[in-house]
Design a protein around this ligand. Structure first.
Ligand SMILES: *Cc1c(COP(=O)(O)O)cnc(C)c1O
Length: 339
């Protein structure tokens, strides 16, 4: 059996999604003439109680556009040291926006209002201006950790007090919402902008949507074009995303259950230490010597189970819609066989 736990980005379109893509009505989206792209943008924005959306090729692009629109050169963004915008976007905050980062150490990537408040820089000529806060929910490197809605509200209050904007890197916000049962619009009210990924747990092949006010998205559209992200008959891709939002968010709790099954197995293995608390669909753990992440991955791969290294001694599993219960049970068996 082959079980791919490398990422929730590895999924292939479901038959219903492919059908939606094949029958999509399309046009040239640079001229705002693609009805399916517009439908996806409107649907996403409304879901979070916002005015407008912008379909982009990737979550890196939606995040980077948000940083660019919210800040000016010599500003800084406050975020956790584990955050995707700092760790995995090639330092794009400096490249595209000419800004710095003010890194905090939250609990598994989750910030508190007190931490953010204490990090805001006073206004001196020799300091960057703290202009933007980014929260990541769920936090990838934090092991799929989630925010309480009340924590987001408190952070928003700090932002308002200091004249800072608040952006959500919501690549996996639907995993968080599936777990807490909260509505997207309850979240949206506290945020100036939101990035959602359609190509992670939701199972679309490509795409992210940036969400915000009309004025914010109008500017974001210009930045997207400058970054080369203006797409033409993108409705074929938007159709997949729209289908994902409408049909594939409810099943995410299944992935979370599978992640907890893997966690339970790992907790029984003598060569596993430091399993990060499993909150959603990501399982991160360390291995003990003489094992290394590479040696464990090699043994797993021999039996058809793929995972990724998150450090020399750290392994990550991500569950998703192409891994069913039987596949998880098989992966558990393989884990037990590693000595
Ligand atoms: C995947 C991811 C992104 C965006 O990644 P792309 O591969 O560029 O779509 C952004 N933030 C987080 C937390 C992610 O996991």
């Amino acid at each position: 059996m082959n079980v791919n736990l490398i990422s929730d980005t590895v999924t292939k379109p479901t038959p219903g999604m492919l059908q939606a893509m094949m029958s999509a009505e399309v046009g040239d989206d640079v001229f705002k003439e693609d009805p399916t792209v517009r439908a996806l943008e409107e649907y996403s924005a409304q879901l979070f109680g916002h005015e407008a959306g912008l379909f982009c090729p990737s979550g890196t692009m939606t995040n980077q556009i948000a940083l660019k629109v919210h800040t000016r050169p010599l500003d800084e963004v406050i975020c956790d040291e584990m955050s995707h915008i700092f760790q995995y976007e090639v330092g794009g905050y400096a490249f595209h926006s000419g800004i710095g980062v003010n890194l905090l150490r939250g609990e598994n990537g989750i910030l508190t209002a007190q931490m953010v408040d204490a990090a805001v820089k006073p206004r001196y000529d020799w300091l960057p201006i703290s202009r933007l806060v980014v929260v990541e929910n769920t936090c990838n490197k934090g092991g799929g950790s989630t925010y309480e809605l009340s924590a987001i509200r408190e952070i928003q209050q700090v932002c308002e007090r200091h004249g800072m904007a608040l952006h959500l890197d919501g690549a996996r916000i639907f995993n968080a919402l599936a777990e807490t049962g909260e509505s997207p619009s309850a979240y949206g009210q506290y945020l100036d902008s939101i990035s959602i990924c359609l190509s992670k747990g939701l199972g679309a092949p490509v795409g992210s949507v940036l969400i915000g006010s009309h004025a914010f998205i109008a500017e974001a559209r210009r930045v997207r074009k400058a970054m080369g992200g203006g797409m033409r008959q993108a409705g074929y891709l938007a159709a997949a995303g729209l289908y994902a939002l409408q049909h594939q968010t409810q099943r995410l709790t299944e992935d979370h259950e599978h992640a907890r099954m893997l966690e339970t197995t790992l907790a029984e293995l003598p060569w596993v230490v430091g399993i990060r608390p499993v909150a959603t669909n990501i399982v991160i753990f360390d291995v003990k010597e003489p094992h290394t992440a590479a040696s464990v991955l090699a043994q797993l791969a021999e039996k058809g189970v793929k995972a990724s290294a998150f450090g020399p001694m750290t392994v990550r599993f991500v569950t998703h819609l192409d891994v069913d219960r039987a596949a998880i049970e098989y992966a558990m068996e393989v884990l037990y066989s590693i000595k």
